[in-house]
Write a protein that binds this ligand. Structure first.
Ligand code: DX5
Ligand code: ZN
Length: 237
């Protein structure tokens, strides 16, 4: 497969507007080929969802899969943004780093010491984000975000791909944007399609995660490009 390489690292992508294909929604029998097609289409930040069957009921994917794909993604100039939907997330930072993850975004609801976890992630050379679920006050997430690169506002209850964007997420993103320093990025995850991506972007999101809207199509590249174009046209308020 011939792929055009664009070299990026966390410090680059966390400062740009990105549509991030969420690997959770992939066809795992064709994962490498699907990722390659998306890189060719311009994707460079891939969202990787680890779920432990406790913080969320689902057991998803973890370091073993990350180890398989990280050399490919890195050789293609991409990065792996890891969303940890797990209890005591800091216990897994080291294995994520060893498996080639570039960042860890952990849930404020699952961590008793977010500041310590941020420090731990940094010491392993990882980028770091704080995620929060729809029932968590926005202020709580913003207060825990000092020193993080991004804050992830969930627009669904975390668990699985293919759910519908919760409309109240738009105002939660807008509120979050006002509470964070400009350099801290706002990410949104759940039910993102061309319409909801525009809404989220307008409200202040810079990093838009999309699972089913990218992977549940025969033409992955076309689906990714259409989504990326819709976001590009929509400026932040
Ligand atoms: C689910 C995950 C998401 C999921 C999104 O909790 O965090 O990243 O893959 O899938 P869509 O975009 O289909 O809602
Ligand atoms: Zn996710």
């Amino acid at each position: 497969m011939s792929i055009t390489v664009r070299l990026v690292g966390w410090s680059d992508w966390a400062r740009t507007v990105e549509v991030e294909p969420s690997i959770y929604a992939a066809d795992f029998s064709r994962l490498g080929v699907q990722l390659g097609a998306l890189v060719e289409a311009g994707a460079r930040v891939f969202h990787f969802d680890a779920g432990d069957g406790h913080f969320i009921p689902e057991i998803t994917i973890g370091p073993v899969v990350l180890t398989s794909i990280s050399p490919l993604v890195h050789a293609w100039g991409g990065v792996l943004d890891c969303h940890l939907m797990v209890e005591q997330p800091e216990r897994h930072f080291e294995s994520v780093a060893q498996a080639g993850g570039d960042s860890v975004t952990f849930h404020v609801e699952a961590c008793s010491d977010p500041a310590g976890a941020i420090t731990r992630a940094r010491s392993l050379g990882l980028g770091v984000g704080i995620a929060f679920s729809p029932d968590t006050p926005v202020e709580e997430a913003a207060a825990a975000a000092e020193g993080a690169d991004l804050v992830l506002c969930m627009s669904i209850h975390p668990g699985y791909s293919g759910q519908t964007f919760m409309p109240e997420a738009a105002s939660r993103i807008a509120q979050l944007r006002t509470l964070l320093p400009e350099m801290t990025r706002v990410q949104v995850d759940g039910g993102i399609n061309a319409d909801t991506a525009r809404l989220a972007r307008k409200a202040g999101a810079d990093l838009l995660v999309a699972g089913s809207a990218v992977f549940w199509h025969d033409d992955l590249a076309g689906a990714y490009i259409a989504l990326a174009e819709s976001v590009k046209e929509q400026l932040r308020d």
